[in-house]
Design a binder for this molecule. Structure first.
Ligand code: CFM
Length: 554
């Protein structure tokens, strides 16, 4: 079937009716040859072989200048994503005021305010050195020391972290030396991050830098062993829209002790003794796999991948935890919780599903949600036509099995890899090799992640770091029923008459994790795709066709 013209009257086309290679060519047709060649590597027609191998996808490479990308910067990944949600560290942005101000409270990472005596919650504050020309010329270290001192005098926090913005790297301020000096002077934990916005190719570099810093300066500094039989850490869950609250509720119901979450609803004390837990669970592989790997090497803590997005995935993840601890009491309690909660979710889904069945979604988000949210859409009987990450690496697409084949380029080499050795005293393998093997046979896979592509249908288009141009083309060709992305894309997409669900901030909704979250999501998607509001709206060029020529593209 020929690819139809992209116009307002176009009826939705099924991807399976088209040759996906032709669709791909349509996406890159307008680019200059060099750009088209580069983008062609990042747009892949999915094909899953019987052993789970998928085609190679270009990812974690520089965005072509001039293309409108969804990506953020290294500073955003470090300060905003990984360290930002922790309530009781004073996070000082060393840089011009805009970097601090625009990264303040925009991610909807929620927290318990901690109203106990001596408890801190700095989430509602924005701390920055507000660099001026004077510091750019004569250096900003003096002002940074002053800012640390002022923050300390006013709040007496347990810890202060300093985040470098672009100019800091350019003028050569040594934030680490300043932090060491002030740590000595004030006697609290103070540490810095060289997470200048320009480092790496996206916020992914910032995740890595944040992981290194938290591991070096915080993890393992408190050996207090908490009470509880089944102690876990939840890594890569940031409590957007209250997701972590719902997951915490489930852990509590199951009798599982959560030592720390990296870093939704978290406190620095929890990171400090997170090495005393017995299992690391990874939600978002992209942003935090480094901490899991380093904790395994240094402390002997195994990690396993979980997913609490989707009702079935939630039940599966809870069962996985129970299987790991090999205790019938826990297994029974988890089964009891699932038996109590899952039918309620299934009932809600069954009511909504007739209205969502067969509808089509596209997801272009971050480094993990474009995968996880496909679960919820599948539960609603919906199809994911196309999906992609902004900044993920090949292992997030193709699975960790490709790790040895990933070529480390100059941009990645720029980000420090910590050399981690087993701790001479604290290293304690929680399971021996035999136990690990036996559990693997039972389906508890360790240090593994299959990636997004093996779980997507053959023929679906996987697009890394999608551009605005490609987004417009995809929408014009396929008219999906819903498009998932973020605030930067939201209104451009909605001008096509397609509802956009923000999968970063959840718009104003959530939680979407766990059992209760799944119900919230079903209802939200039903409301969005079955709203008739768009049928009543006409753009000026739809009312007056002569305007189409004026505003139309190719
Ligand atoms: Fe992980 Fe995230 Fe994501 Fe991410 Fe993010 Fe986010 Fe995201 Mo926005 S840590 S990779 S850097 S799941 S902020 S909570 S929603 S892009 S898909």
């Amino acid at each position: 079937m020929a690819i139809p013209a992209e116009d307002k009257n176009q009826v939705p086309v099924m991807l399976e009716d088209l040759d996906p290679e032709k669709v791909k060519n349509r996406l890159i047709k307008k680019y200059p040859p060099k750009v088209a060649r580069k983008r062609a590597k990042q747009i892949v027609v999915n094909k899953v072989d019987s052993d789970g191998t998928v085609p190679q996808i270009g990812s974690n490479v520089r965005t072509v200048p001039g293309l409108i990308s969804q990506r953020g910067c290294c500073y955003a990944g470090c300060k905003g994503v990984v360290l930002g949600p922790t309530r009781d560290i004073i996070n000082i942005t060393h840089g011009p005021v805009g970097c601090g101000f625009y990264s303040w409270l925009t991610r909807r990472n929620q927290t318990d305010p901690d109203t106990t005596p001596g408890g801190h919650n700095f989430m509602t504050y924005c701390f920055t050195t507000d660099m001026q020309e004077e510091e750019i010329i004569f250096g900003g270290e003096k002002k940074l020391k002053q800012a640390i001192l002022e923050a300390y005098d006013n709040f007496h926090p347990k810890a202060i972290a300093v985040f470098s913005t672009c100019p800091v790297g350019l003028i050569g301020d040594d934030v680490h030396a300043v932090c060491r000096e002030m740590k000595e002077k004030l006697g609290i934990n103070i540490f810095g991050f060289s997470c200048e916005g320009y480092k790496g190719v996206s916020q992914s570099a910032g995740h890595h830098i944040a992981n290194n810093g938290i591991f070096t300066h915080v993890v393992g500094t408190d050996d207090t062993v908490k009470a509880g039989d089944y102690k876990i850490n939840l890594l890569g869950e940031y409590n957007i829209g209250g997701d972590a609250f719902e997951i915490e509720r489930l852990f509590e119901a199951c009798g599982i002790t959560l030592v720390s979450t990296y870093s939704g609803n978290s406190s620095i004390d929890a990171f400090a003794n997170s090495h005393t837990a017995d299992l690391n669970l990874i939600m978002c592989h992209r942003s935090i796999n480094y901490v899991a790997e380093m904790m395994e090497k240094k402390y002997g803590l195994p990690w396993t991948k979980v997913n609490f997005i989707g009702a079935a995935a939630t039940a599966k993840s809870l069962r996985k935890i129970a299987a790991y601890f090999e205790d019938q009491k826990l297994i029974d309690r988890v089964e009891h919780v699932i038996a109590e909660e899952l039918p309620v979710v299934e009932k809600a889904c069954a009511e909504i599903r007739p209205r969502t069945q067969g509808k089509r979604a596209m997801l272009f988000v971050g480094g993990s949600r474009a995968h996880h949210y496909q679960e919820l859409f599948a539960e609603l009987g919906m199809k994911t036509l196309s999906a992609g990450y902004e900044f993920a690496h090949r292992d997030d697409y193709e699975g960790r099995r490709v790790l040895p084949d990933i070529k480390v380029d100059a941009d990645s080499r720029n980000i420090q890899e910590l050399q981690v050795e087993p701790d001479p005293i604290k290293f304690n393998p929680r399971k021996n090799e035999k136990e690990i093997r036996a559990l693997t046979v039972k389906g508890v896979e360790f240090a593994g992640y299959r990636g997004m592509m093996p779980e997507m249908e053959n023929g679906s288009l996987v697009i890394d770091d999608i551009s605005q141009h490609e987004t417009d083309k995809m929408i014009a060709m396929f008219k999906p029923d819903i498009f998932c992305a973020g605030i930067k894309e939201k209104y451009a997409v909605q001008k096509h008459g397609i509802p956009l669900k923000q999968l970063h901030s959840y718009d104003y909704g959530g939680p979407y994790a766990g059992f209760k979250g799944a119900i919230n999501f079903y209802k939200e998607i039903d409301r969005m795709i079955n709203s008739r509001i768009r049928d009543y709206l006409k753009a000026p060029w739809q009312k007056a066709p002569e305007l189409a020529a004026k505003y139309g593209c190719d």
